[in-house]
Design a protein. Structure first.
Length: 75
């Protein structure tokens, strides 16, 4: 097994763990906090919106910080 395969497995496992954590810690409490069906759907959509926004922020910061830190650590 090459290093690339190991990296893919680790990234996949982290993605699954993150999704399970989001469902268990964010989506289920948001869904059960309301009684009406439309309120539950709105809560689920808003929690999904926040998850996508935080993921995007993490990607942007990762693309900006990691190359900068890599250059400073390895120069």
């Amino acid at each position: 097994m090459s290093r690339t395969h190991v990296i893919y497995y680790v990234v996949g496992a982290c993605a699954v763990a993150g999704f399970v954590a989001w469902v268990a810690l964010i989506l289920i409490p948001a869904w059960t906090a309301y009684w009406r069906l439309w309120q539950r759907f709105v809560a689920a959509i808003l929690s999904l919106y926040i998850a996508v926004a935080m993921t995007g922020l993490g990607i942007v910061l990762g693309l900006g910080v990691v190359p900068w830190a890599w250059d400073h650590l390895h120069s």
